[in-house]
Ligand binder design. Structure first.
Ligand code: ADP
Length: 180
């Protein structure tokens, strides 16, 4: 009987899920969970982009994702990166980039990025996972807008993120009330 054998820790056993994660949403959580059912190890790579203003600092974004996935131990790891994605992926010895697709509107940009990355590093493949219907309206941008206006985001983000957003909202309220 033929038996398929997979070399332990072969490059395809690891996948990199890059993004801004400002902050982590239920949409991201679902993609990470589904990717970790396919790949033995998922590296969540949090992009440090100094030219883009973020609500959460780099360290805060990494800490929130690490907290959410603490029970996954070595199967999900969280790291920061800056610069070219393909350089980072190659430094991990992985060959797989995971991206989520919410709607057709995501497709143009994502396909362009995947093609550029292939030009830069032909061995790296981009795998797309479609968002669950119930998450397809969720984006970090919408979550921030709602939360900073004091709205309920409990159905859009994990508890740890909801608490962190509530702190940010309280800080902003305090600053607003401070006499000039
Ligand atoms: P980026 O700035 O790289 O797009 P994001 O944090 O916005 O960073 O998104 C990271 C990845 O997660 C992207 O592939 C994006 O398409 C995917 N994603 C974002 N929101 C959702 C969602 N609600 N469901 C599924 N995938 C999502």
């Amino acid at each position: 009987m033929a038996r398929a054998t997979a070399k332990k820790s072969s490059p395809a056993s690891m996948a990199v899920f890059p993004g801004s994660f400002d902050p982590l949403t239920n949409g991201h959580v679902d993609i990470i969970e589904r990717a970790s059912e396919i790949f033995p190890q998922v590296i969540v790579a949090v992009l440090f982009n100094p030219s883009k203003e973020s609500l959460f600092s780099q360290a805060e974004r990494v800490a929130l994702i690490s907290k959410q996935f603490a029970r996954y131990k070595g199967r999900v790891s969280v790291v920061s990166f800056s610069g070219l994605l393909v350089d980072f992926v190659q430094s991990t010895k992985s060959r797989v980039v995971i991206r989520g697709l919410r709607a057709i509107s995501d497709f143009d940009y994502e396909a362009q990025m995947a093609l550029i990355n292939r030009k830069l590093a032909p061995k790296i493949e981009t795998f797309f996972l479609t968002a669950r219907e119930e998450h397809s309206y969720i984006s970090s941008t919408v979550v921030k807008q709602v939360a900073l206006l004091g709205g309920d985001v409990s159905k859009m983000v994990p508890k740890v993120v909801e608490q962190a957003l509530s702190k940010k909202w309280q800080e902003r309220q305090r600053l607003r009330r401070r006499p000039l």
